[in-house]
Design a protein around this ligand. Structure first.
Ligand code: E4P
Length: 223
C-alpha cells in the first residue's frame, strides 16, 4: 500500500517528503488553483526539484490536462512530458468514451497515464483495460450521491486481480481519515491524502496520555 500527497503546496509536500512515508504526489487543476497564482510550469518544476532534493528520483507525480478536446489533451500531455522531463510524470486524463482514445494514444507514445475522475466500477475497469497505469476513484464524491465507495474499490480490486491487470488503484477525494482506512482495507493500492490529514493520522489522545505518563513517571523516579 502507498500514501501519496494530494497537494501542490510546496511546504506541505516538503513536510511529507522529509518524513519518508510519501511515495507519490497527485495534483489536479483545482488543487493547483489553490496555490498563489504563478506560472504553472514553474510550479511543477519546483515540485520536481523538491522530489529530487529528497533523492526520490522518479516517484509518481500526476499532472492533469486542462482541456476536454482529445487532440488538445494529447498535445498538452506531450508538452508536459517534454517540458518536465521527469521519469515519474503521469498524465491525468479524466475517464470518458473519447478519453479512452486519448489514453491509448498516450500509452502508444510511452506516456504514463492516471485515468482520473472515476466514480464507478465500470469506469475504473474500462480505464484499466485501456491501459492506464493508475485508475483514480473519488471516494468522497462517490459517497456524495449515496453510493458505497468501499464496495466499488474492492470490486475493482477483485476484477483487476482476476484479469492480472497491472493498473494500480488510487483512491482520492478523501474527506475523513476513515475514508483512508476504509480505502486501504478495501484493497486500494494507493490513497492520495490531503496534507491536512497527515498529522491527524499520527496522533491519538491515548498516545499523548501514555507518553506524558511515561515521561512523568521516569522523571519522578530519577529525582
Ligand atoms: C486526486 O488527486 C483527486 O483529483 C482529488 O483527490 C479529488 O478530490 P476532490 O474530490 O475533493 O476534489
Amino acid at each position: 500500500m502507498k500514501i501519496f500527497i494530494d497537494s501542490a503546496n510546496l511546504k506541505d509536500i516538503e513536510e511529507a517528503l522529509k518524513r519518508g512515508f510519501a511515495s507519490g504526489i497527485t495534483t489536479n487543476p483545482s488543487i493547483l488553483a489553490k496555490e498563489k497564482k504563478c506560472d504553472f510550469k514553474e510550479h511543477i518544476h519546483k515540485i520536481i526539484s523538491l522530489v529530487r532534493e529528497f533523492g526520490l528520483r522518479d516517484i509518481p507525480l500526476s499532472v492533469e490536462v486542462f482541456s476536454t478536446e482529445p487532440d488538445e489533451m494529447v498535445r498538452q500531455a506531450e508538452q508536459f512530458v517534454k517540458e518536465f522531463r521527469y521519469e515519474g510524470l503521469n498524465i491525468k486524463i479524466p475517464i470518458g468514451w473519447d478519453e479512452l482514445s486519448v489514453i491509448k494514444r498516450l500509452k502508444d507514445k510511452g506516456i504514463k497515464v492516471n485515468c482520473t475522475c472515476c466514480m464507478s466500477y465500470n469506469q475504473a475497469i474500462m480505464a484499466a483495460d485501456a491501459g492506464s497505469d493508475f485508475v483514480s476513484l473519488f471516494s468522497g464524491r462517490i459517497r456524495d450521491i449515496g453510493y458505497n465507495s468501499t464496495a466499488v474499490i474492492s470490486a475493482v480490486k477483485r476484477t483487476l486481480a482476476d484479469w492480472e491487470c497491472p493498473s494500480k488503484i488510487i483512491v482520492g477525494s478523501i474527506r475523513h481519515i476513515a475514508d483512508i482506512n476504509e480505502a486501504l482495507q478495501a484493497g486500494a493500492d494507493i490513497v492520495t491524502v490531503p496534507p491536512k490529514f497527515f498529522t491527524q493520522m499520527c496522533s491519538h489522545p491515548k498516545t499523548t496520555e501514555v507518553v506524558n505518563q511515561f515521561i512523568t513517571d521516569f522523571r519522578e523516579w530519577l529525582e
